[in-house]
Design a protein around this ligand. Structure first.
Ligand code: SF4
Ligand code: SF4
Ligand code: FES
Length: 315
């Protein structure tokens, strides 16, 4: 199969037909990659909801050299041979991203100081890079009380950006979906069916895929800011999943267990609830060593070399 040549921000890359602009950009890496708040490569059908990944197609293909009339969602648009794409080199794209960020924040509380997601939140990063310093809205925000959806997950709907990732995890990873997006338009909200709780073996992955602090781990809530914890790769023999996780430690105490995320904030593998919620003793794990956090984050500011010897964990 012959490869398609695509140029993104003046960098050429060759990809297979059927590749999206987003994945072609990910092949190049760095700043060329558009932000993604709803696309998740491991979830089939994800993307196309948040519009943060809009790019400009300055030339449609080698045979059709016209630009596309509107900005397109890079996670949903396939490349064509000879396509020319602009991401950060297009002022129009950067303007649109600002507007999308403002739109995503219209009802958002931006209560990062009391939000468990702070420090590893895609919306926080997006707001920092593209947001306005002050809100321009004066209208009341729609508000909800935080609720428990199941034994381990707290839903704070005020922070939800309706990306659908948690719904897709429930559909594709667990054996029974009992929650979804109810109502339409401005009334849309994540909810469980009446009195149903999310208690599937793999439901904890919803917490990891949520790009914001709408779904948080009840066993970790308010225990620590993430940047005061140190992530370590660890594994155990697990009959349900690969058992490969990250232990978020304070000293030798395991405060939280999550899946391992790549530089795009996506899980390398989904892990089971047993590993995530029921094994909080370091002796239950084989600790491999400190995890390098590849995305830019305050967590990366934790320098292991500054830990005193008795606090250092050795693989
Ligand atoms: S979800 Fe993200 S942006 Fe919103 S309050 Fe939490 S950390 Fe801040
Ligand atoms: S709760 Fe989180 S994962 Fe689910 S739709 Fe809202 S933002 Fe997305
Ligand atoms: S990441 Fe493409 S629309 Fe959300």
């Amino acid at each position: 199969m012959s490869l398609y040549k695509v140029s993104i921000d003046n960098i050429e890359v060759e990809v297979e037909p059927g590749t999206t602009i987003m994945n072609a950009a990910r092949k190049i890496g760095g700043n060329v990659v558009p932000p993604a708040m709803c696309y998740y490569s491991k979830l089939e059908g994800s993307g196309g909801k948040c519009r943060t990944c809009l790019v400009k197609v300055a030339q449609t293909s080698a045979v059709d050299t016209r630009p596309m009339p509107k900005l397109v969602a890079s996670c949903r648009t396939m490349v064509q041979d000879g396509m020319v794409v602009q991401n950060i080199t297009s002022p129009e794209v950067l303007d649109a991203r600002k507007a999308i960020t403002e739109f995503l924040l219209i009802n958002h509380p931006l209560d990062c100081p009391v939000c468990d997601q702070a420090g590893e939140c895609d919306l926080q990063d997006l707001s920092y890079e593209h947001g306005l310093e002050e809100t321009r809205t004066t209208e009341d925000r729609r508000t909800f009380e935080p609720i428990d959806i199941g034994e381990y997950i707290k839903l704070n709907m005020n922070r939800c950006i309706l990306c659908y990732r948690c719904v897709m995890v429930a559909d594709q990873i667990t054996d029974k979906r009992v929650h979804g997006i109810l109502n339409r338009g401005d009334h849309s909200e994540i909810s469980t069916y009446i009195k149903q709780a999310v208690d599937n073996d793999f439901s904890g992955n919803m917490i990891d895929v949520c790009p914001v602090g709408a779904l948080t781990d009840k066993t970790f809530r308010f225990k620590s800011r993430v940047w005061f914890t140190n992530p370590f790769d660890a594994h155990r023999d697990c009959p349900h999943c690969s058992g490969k996780t990250v232990l978020w430690m304070k000293g030798k105490e395991v405060l939280r267990v999550t899946g391992r995320k790549d530089k795009y904030g996506e899980l390398e593998e989904f892990i089971c609830n047993d590993c995530r919620f029921h094994h909080k003793e370091v002796t239950e794990w084989v600790v491999e060593g400190p995890r390098k956090i590849e995305r830019h984050s305050v967590i990366s500011q934790n320098h292991y070399e500054n830990l005193s010897d008795d606090k250092k964990l050795k693989p």
